[in-house]
Design a protein around this ligand. Structure first.
Ligand SMILES: Cc1cc2nc3c(=O)[nH]c(=O)nc-3n(C[C@H](O)[C@H](O)[C@H](O)COP(=O)(O)OP(=O)(O)OC[C@H]3O[C@@H](n4cnc5c(N)ncnc54)[C@H](O)[C@@H]3O)c2cc1C
Length: 471
């Protein structure tokens, strides 16, 4: 049962308002809502603390493409979020490669929906609320509470100019990219990954644009390389006439002028003549491998706060939902046992790595490659690889070429053979990395040893690609 200590304690103007809950979750995004709903369903008290107002919550910068829409965690059922799926006809990616005067149509495996992101945001909050989660809006978290032994025991925030404190057995950090909480926790006695720099992020911006006539590609996600190698422009059709148009670049590169560059691209496309911009938002997103560990005693980070994003596509909604589920389930197990130690929370890391973390880490290898090669070379190479193989590589992190395909690829890729050979060597290392993530440790004390071998594979990758070490 949650308590407001000031209901019973004597009021003092100096003492902050303190509430006690089993779990406090920071952030009412996808990861926070799925984590909180999972915990509420297990019968525990959980409060989400969100800096935005009740009206603005759920309004998040996004390309609005939801991959894996068919298999979302049950804590907030698919039927709850489905009304936000405005386009379920999309079945392929359309890769425009102006350098090669080529358009590649590449199938996207699994179910895909383009969504009204704000409506989706409101619906997951509603779903969490219906599961029994308490939501506290307009509350900016500014600090954490931590015991002498390093266990995180709560958070400190500000609501309406007043300091508010939450005491909790477990704090779940779903505060998104560059989460402020991680600057506040002392992780010296934990395995939590602090090897994070701004270069591991992309800066991205999007507009929602209404066009006068239906676009011809309303069944496709349109991608186009940006002028810097590790960046792209996208056009995702929410409906035939409402398009999410955006772009982003890895922060290792020369900064793009996001608003101007998007405007320029829109001007060059006849289908956007007479278009009206109805919403604009930008943000940073992690395009790096998932955190090696996202746990500390009494604390777990989920979603963007732990880099649970496909680093080649920037898709992070599905990872955030599943990280929320796994963290929520582990929180319930820890509360049942009365033990919130890192050893007890560790299984959360294992489930993330097992489900998608290893795959995302191996996809990051191609991200590293893209920062080290010339954009024209890369586009030439991509144009020469059979579409379905590219789709496999993009989404599963691995692909295999049989002898016939290999011959076809070699024929279509004349002029790119040396790059293809390099690409195969890199792919071998990416596969080795994926296999190593398959051996992710079963306990925190084994993490350091596991990292030694992982870093050896990464050294080979840097050497082969010529890229600057990323981590
Ligand atoms: C421009 C852009 C386009 C993208 N396109 C796609 C796409 O098409 N498909 C896809 O799958 N993914 C996409 N992503 C990534 C996706 O949006 C994220 O991976 C996903 O939203 C992560 O969810 P989250 O819950 O971890 O974080 P968020 O959705 O960012 O939620 C974090 C929440 O925490 C709150 N918060 C932050 N700090 C505090 C604080 N101190 N106190 C209280 N509350 C706080 C925020 O207000 C917010 O509500 C895109 C990202 C960007 C930036």
């Amino acid at each position: 049962m949650s308590t407001d200590e000031n209901d019973t304690a004597e009021e003092s103007s100096a003492s902050p308002r303190t509430q006690s809950v089993d779990v406090v979750v920071v952030g009412a995004g996808t990861s926070g809502c799925y984590a909180a709903a999972t915990i509420a369903n297990a019968g525990y008290d959980v409060t989400i603390v969100e800096r935005k107002s009740a009206e603005e919550a759920g309004h998040i910068a996004c390309g609005d493409a939801l991959k894996g829409a068919d298999a979302f965690p049950e804590a907030i059922p698919k039927s709850k979020i489905e009304p936000a799926f405005t386009n379920t006809e999309v079945d392929h990616g359309r890769f425009e490669i102006p350098q090669e005067d080529t358009v590649l149509d590449i199938p996207v495996p699994g179910e895909l929906a383009v969504i009204d992101r704000w409506e989706y945001g409101r619906l997951i909050i509603e779903g969490a609320d219906e599961a029994g989660v308490e939501l506290h809006y307009d509350t900016v978290v500014q600090d954490v509470k931590q015991d002498d032994d390093g266990t995180v025991t709560g958070i400190v925030g500000k609501h309406d100019g007043e300091v508010v404190e939450y005491d909790a057995d477990i704090v779940i950090d779903g505060a998104g990219s560059l989460s402020l909480l991680q600057d506040k926790v002392d992780f010296s006695d934990a395995t939590f990954d602090t090897n994070v720099s701004y270069q591991h992020f992309s800066s991205a911006y999007r507009e929602v644009v209404e066009v006068p006539e239906p676009v011809e590609w309303s069944d496709a996600l349109v991608f186009k390389p940006a002028e810097v190698a590790a960046g792209y422009v996208w056009y995702f059709p929410r409906t035939e006439t409402e398009i999410n148009a955006g772009l982003g670049f890895q922060m290792t590169e020369e900064p793009m002028k996001l608003v101007d560059d998007l405007k320029k691209d829109l001007r060059e496309r006849p289908e956007f003549e007479g278009a009206e911009v109805i919403d604009k938002l930008g943000a940073a997103l992690p395009t790096r491998r998932p955190y090696d560990s996202a746990t500390a005693p009494g604390y777990m980070a989920v979603g963007d706060a732990a880099a649970h994003v496909n680093p080649t596509t920037g898709g992070g909604i599905a990872g955030a939902a599943y990280a929320g589920k796994y963290a929520g389930e582990q929180a319930a197990i820890a509360l049942d046992a009365g033990d919130v130690s890192e050893e007890m929370l560790w299984r959360y890391n294992q489930r993330v790595m097992d489900h998608f973390g290893g795959r995302y880490a191996s996809l990051d290898v191609y991200n590293i490659l893209s920062t080290a090669v010339d954009v024209d070379d890369l586009m030439g190479l991509i144009a020469s690889i059979p579409g379905e193989k590219l789709a496999e590589a993009l989404y599963s992190g691995t692909t295999s070429f049989g002898p016939v395909l290999l011959a076809q690829t070699a024929a279509s890729s004349y002029g790119h053979w040396s790059q293809i050979y390099e690409f195969f060597k890199i792919k071998r290392l990416a596969d080795e990395l994926l296999a190593h993530y398959g051996r992710y440790p079963t306990r925190p004390s084994a993490l350091e040893g596991w990292k030694v071998e992982r870093d050896r594979i990464m050294d080979d990758i840097y050497e082969l690609t010529g890229a600057d070490p990323k981590y």
